[in-house]
Design a binder for this molecule. Structure first.
Ligand code: VG1
Ligand code: CO
Length: 552
């Protein structure tokens, strides 16, 4: 432990000549290019708006860390100096400033903080030419609701000045206690508490026994935040051979890659599992460690199916052995989990895209597990989706069932039927073209009911609106839905996390009962619907793209 002498720092007010007008957070935090964040006063303006809006700053504790991307260290320094000026009593930092999103959520809860600031643009690339981002979580450990982010945005638009103190940077290379004036700064190991939490949820002896038997696995940290966590958990505690964790050192630019665990951006890992036979299990997490991709030998697990499998097998994990209160999924996520919930006799909620909508349900004890089609799964152990938690949960199921991932999927579909599912992303579309497409589709929705689509009839076409069952708040405009008479559906949304142009997401789902053909390629099973939505929404014409950028 080291101690630095508390000198009374000088406080300064910095005037902003023109406030920024573009600091509106999206699906998950404020995300912009690193270059935008490097404009003078840009980061400071947003942090000032956050510190003015977050309840309890005066005398409160704040958790701060990030995924290690370019800009992380500078932002930590700025937040410390501004936090001291705003009267925080304590800031909890982690060594190297490295802190995954789920680990941050855990620390906020454990240390009774007023919230946390997570420096990450998640799955977006990093580096001087990549993206940077700031996520703000509240006292429950989860993403702040729209009412908070709207208030921050309003504040930023009229901001005239911000305050900070002058103080030298706090060393982050080792745990220690420091102070900036009256504010305490604690640097702790960012991995310890998270590992301890995982040990409470899962049976490490059983998982370790599986891994130490003939069970080669490959985990890809994508040069992002999960490397140190995965090394400790998989190679350290569970006995996976050295080298099982790939790309395990966090790099400022993620090695030039796109830290998004899907078949396109994690193709090296996907090739290892889907084309070769050296590994029985593969997994990857995203930039900030909240997403997960699960692979078996020659088997890709669709994230919507993953949530359904975890729900159906929850009792194998000590933490969930007593049963689940309920489950939830985001609207575009497939209904695979709904079918399992019905069988278990528990409630299943449908929320808009973004983890913040699960917070109230988790806090109220209505749900235990929840997930999104975008490689996000989690539980009531924290208030974020949690990539490594999902990996451990799958390993727990495999340790119990002692079969392959492909066999788990086949038996799941054999019991519940299969929801063929795919998401087509058209990235970096010219903003005008994307909005034109979306607006036109929204305009024609009211006339679609009763019309034919992919050889079926459209039963409902609307823009999804959500009424929160706990606080009654209503959130509209959450995605265009075309529901077909046989339960199949297509959803079209515009992404709220991209930074270049606009990204159009098309979600497709069609159910086949357990008596039907369960072994088709989803792109083939969904082909008619794909063609129909492409034609109806004029996707190729309006985007000029003949195929999606990413197909999941
Ligand atoms: C995407 C996903 C959404 C997820 C969000 C944040 O949002 O679709 O499901 O919650 O990213 O994930 P959008 O608006 O681009 O579709 V992360 O890993 O950035 O915290
Ligand atoms: Co993420």
């Amino acid at each position: 432990m080291t101690t630095s002498a508390p000198a009374e720092p000088t406080q300064r007010q910095v005037r902003l000549e023109t406030p920024f007008s573009d600091q509106k957070p999206g699906t998950s935090g404020l995300r912009k290019s690193s270059q935008q964040f490097e404009q003078p006063h840009y980061l400071e303006s947003f942090i000032e708006a956050v510190l003015r809006t977050l309840p309890g700053v005066q005398g409160g504790t704040l958790v701060v860390g990030g995924d290690g991307r370019y800009g992380n260290r500078r932002a930590i320094d700025v937040i410390l100096r501004m936090g001291a000026a705003h009267g925080l009593s304590r800031v909890i930092l982690t060594t190297g400033g490295i802190l995954s999103t789920p680990a941050a959520s855990n620390l906020i809860r454990k240390r009774q903080a007023i919230g946390g600031i997570i420096l990450s643009a998640s799955h977006n690339p990093g580096g001087p030419d990549g993206d940077f981002g700031v996520k703000v979580n509240g006292a429950n450990g989860g993403p702040t609701p729209a009412s908070f982010t709207d208030a921050v945005f309003e504040c930023s638009k009229t901001l005239e000045q911000y305050s900070l103190v002058d103080a030298p940077a706090i060393p982050l290379d080792a745990p220690g206690k420091h102070s900036i004036g009256a504010m305490n700064v604690e640097v702790i190991d960012g991995v310890d508490d998270f590992v301890e939490l995982m040990q409470q949820l899962f049976d490490f002896d059983r998982i370790g026994a599986l891994i130490r038997s003939d069970f080669p696995l490959a985990f890809d940290a994508m040069h992002a935040v999960t490397g140190p966590y995965a090394q400790r958990l998989l190679e350290g505690l569970l006995g996976a051979p050295a080298g099982s964790v790939r790309n395990g050192i966090p790099l400022e630019d993620f090695g030039g890659g796109h830290p998004d665990p899907n078949l396109t951006y994690a193709h090296d890992l996907a090739d290892l599992l889907l084309k070769g036979d050296a590994y029985r299990f593969g997994a990857a997490c995203d930039g900030d460690g909240d997403r997960n991709m699960i692979l078996g030998q020659r088997c890709f697990v669709n994230p919507s199916d993953s949530l359904a499998v975890l729900t159906a097998n929850a009792s194998v994990a000590p933490a969930y052995a007593a049963g689940l209160a309920g489950v939830a999924r985001s609207m575009p996520t497939s209904s695979a989990v709904d079918v399992v919930a019905r069988e278990l006799g528990i409630d299943c909620y449908e929320t808009p895209t973004g983890w913040k909508f699960f917070g109230n349900l988790l806090d109220a004890g209505r749900i235990t597990l929840c997930g999104e089609e975008s490689f996000g799964t989690g539980s009531n152990h924290v208030r974020e989706k949690d990539g490594l938690w999902a990996v451990l949960f799958w390993l727990q199921i495999l340790a119990e069932r002692r079969c392959s991932v492909a066999e788990i999927m086949a038996s799941h579909w054999g019991r519940f039927g299969r929801h063929y599912y795919s998401r087509h992303d058209y990235e970096a579309v010219a903003s005008e073209a994307a909005h034109g497409l979306y607006d036109r589709l929204e305009d024609i929705l009211p006339n679609l009911a009763g019309q034919s689509f992919a050889g079926r009839s459209i039963s409902v076409a609307d823009n999804f609106s959500y009424t929160d069952p706990i606080d009654g708040s209503v959130t509209g405009g959450q995605g265009l839905r075309i529901l077909l008479e046989d339960g199949s559906r297509v959803v079209v949304r515009l992404s709220g996390t991209g930074t270049k142009g606009a990204t159009i997401r098309v979600y497709l789902e069609s159910y086949v009962p357990s008596s039907g053909d369960l072994q088709q390629d989803p792109q083939v099973a969904l082909a008619e619907m794909i063609n129909s939505i492409n034609a109806l929404a004029e996707i190729q014409q309006r985007t000029g793209m003949d195929r999606p950028t990413v197909i999941t």
